[in-house]
Every structure is written in structure tokens, then in C-alpha cells.
Design a protein around this ligand. Structure first.
Ligand code: S3P
Length: 198
């Protein structure tokens, strides 16, 4: 895409410029139910970039579901596979939006890899919304072990400090999906402005 001489000249409106200025994968992190896949898909469309979901990539590579992977090899082995798949997906494409599974950014090696190679956005979302959204699906093995609200609250307390290491934090809960994507775009603009001036 050409650099725009004038930001009002179609099709070089400012969003095109943002897509040009960003030079790395954008990774969405946060709890189960924080909206990573929906926001990621819409953000990718807005930027004109491809979208990837790490859970789907893991399931494709294994030829089976996350639920079966947890049941067959357990969470520790799942985390190793998760890191390998995320590294491969980041290697394959320079500009893409990648939604991660909720626990991946908590694993030190995976978080360090992402910090080096991508721009991370934490969708910080409150417990009531997480409980409501996760109740719509029953394919999350960690939530089938007991009361989802209790489990989500404990996980968020454990994970919050890791999520806070993301490059960007936005509110993932209030407003519509479009509002969250707009917040992500605004935050990315500020991030690229800060990076350019530092
Ligand atoms: C997990 C979140 C899930 C999936 C797996 C474990 C977690 O992904 O990776 O069930 O540890 O929080 P979503 O966050 O996309 O639901």
C-alpha cells in the first residue's frame, strides 16, 4: 500500500496508515470470556490483516479438541504445545492479529516470546461479564471442575500480574464489540506514536 500524501485521500484513510506503521503481530490476551476472538477478528478486519486463534491452531495441529488434549496429556503438556504453536504462528506471518488462550500469557516462556516478537493487548474484563460470557459454552476444561465464578475469580487473581505486563491494556467489558475495537485502535495509535518518539 502506498504512503498517503494526504490522510483524507481515499483509500488512504488513517486506519490504512496505522496498518502500515504497525510492524508486528498484535496479540490479544486475557481471561476466558474476555472477548479475545471476537475483538481479534473485528480488529483484523479493520486493519485488513489476517486473523488467527491460537486455540484453533492447537486443535488443528493435534487433530483433536482442547478438551481432549487436556484429558489425554494434562495441562502442563498442553502449555508446552501452546507455546510451540504460538511461536510457529508468529514466525509464519509478520502482520496478523492473534487471539491467545486465556492461560498462555501467564506461562513465562510464552510471555517472553510474545514480549519480544509482538504487540500485546490485555482485554481487562470484570468477573460478572466473564461469568456471563463463559456460560454460553461448555468446552473449557478448566471451568468444568467446579463453580465457574469461583474458578474464574481465582484464576484472574493469579493471572492479573502477568496480564498487566502486556504492552497495552484496554477495558474489554463495557460498550459494544465496536466500542472495544475502537479502544484497541486508539490505544494502538498512541502506542505507535510513543514508539516513534522514543
Ligand atoms: C484456557 C483458556 C481457553 C483454552 C483452554 C485453557 C485458560 O481459551 O486455551 O481451555 O487457561 O484460561 P479461551 O481463553 O479462548 O477460552
Amino acid at each position: 500500500m502506498q504512503e498517503c500524501p494526504d490522510s483524507t485521500t481515499p483509500p488512504c484513510h488513517p486506519i490504512d496508515l496505522l496498518g502500515q506503521r504497525l510492524d508486528r503481530t498484535i496479540v490479544l490476551v486475557g481471561m476466558m470470556g474476555s472477548g479475545k476472538t471476537s475483538v481479534g477478528r473485528r480488529l483484523a478486519k479493520t486493519l485488513g490483516w489476517p486473523f488467527q486463534d491460537a486455540d484453533w491452531a492447537i486443535e488443528n495441529a493435534a487433530g483433536t479438541s482442547i478438551t481432549n488434549i487436556f484429558a489425554e496429556i494434562g495441562e502442563d503438556e498442553f502449555r508446552q504445545r501452546e507455546r510451540q504453536v504460538i511461536a510457529r504462528v508468529i514466525d509464519e506471518q509478520q502482520k496478523q492479529v492473534l487471539a491467545l488462550g486465556g492461560g498462555s500469557f501467564v506461562a513465562d516462556e510464552t510471555r517472553h516470546l510474545i514480549k519480544e516478537r509482538a504487540i500485546s493487548i490485555w482485554l481487562d474484563t470484570d468477573i460478572d461479564i466473564l461469568v456471563k460470557r463463559t456460560s454460553r459454552r461448555n468446552d473449557r476444561p478448566l471451568l468444568s471442575k467446579g463453580d465457574p465464578r469461583t474458578i474464574l475469580t481465582a484464576l484472574l487473581n493469579e493471572r492479573r500480574a502477568s496480564y498487566a505486563e502486556a504492552d497495552i491494556t484496554i477495558d474489554g467489558g463495557s460498550g459494544s464489540l465496536g466500542d472495544v475495537v475502537d479502544r484497541a485502535v486508539q490505544a494502538l495509535r498512541s502506542y505507535t506514536d510513543r514508539s516513534a518518539s522514543s
